[in-house]
Design a protein around this ligand. Structure first.
Ligand code: SF4
Ligand code: SF4
Length: 142
């Protein structure tokens, strides 16, 4: 059943909620906020706890204890988190948009996020390997 078409985010079961994540890894990238404008800039520097092949967290169940800045979206009014990337399924559904064709729930293939070039796999660097996060600001084309 295509639950994401019929249920609101807050009506989903924990399993349905988790399955919405396409494992793009974008929300694990470090972000910098412009002090003057409040604009959020993503960088290509990612949390050390990510697996760069799968773009999944290696310590998912304990992530908020291990990394205090890591957010559990379920515990927040995530609709205020307008910094989430425009491709993020939670962002899309909150905005009343459809899931894209490359989303694993639509394509039926776990790797389709990577194959469509949406995930961070091809460019992300772990923070342990970087001197200055400020030198790695990026802009996404999609
Ligand atoms: S940006 Fe959204 S879809 Fe991508 S990994 Fe983060 S929560 Fe999942
Ligand atoms: S702790 Fe895990 S989920 Fe949180 S930012 Fe790091 S890799 Fe991502």
């Amino acid at each position: 059943m295509e639950f994401w078409k019929t249920k609101k985010l807050h009506e989903m079961t924990p399993e349905e909620w988790e399955s919405l994540c396409d494992n793009c890894g974008k929300c694990c990238l470090h972000k910098l906020e412009d002090e003057k404008t409040g604009e959020i800039h993503f960088t290509s520097v990612v949390c050390n706890l990510i697996d760069l092949k799968t773009c999944r967290c290696t310590r998912y169940s304990e992530r908020t204890q291990k990394v205090p800045t890591c957010l559990d979206l379920k515990q927040h009014d995530f609709e205020k988190f307008n910094w989430l990337p425009s491709t993020c399924a939670y962002r899309l559904l909150a905005d009343g948009e459809a899931l894209p064709q490359w989303h694993p729930l639509v394509s039926g293939k776990a790797a389709s996020t990577h194959n469509a070039g949406i995930s961070i796999r091809s460019y992300a660097m772990k923070e342990a390997d970087v001197d200055r996060v400020e030198d790695h600001i990026i802009k996404w084309l999609k």
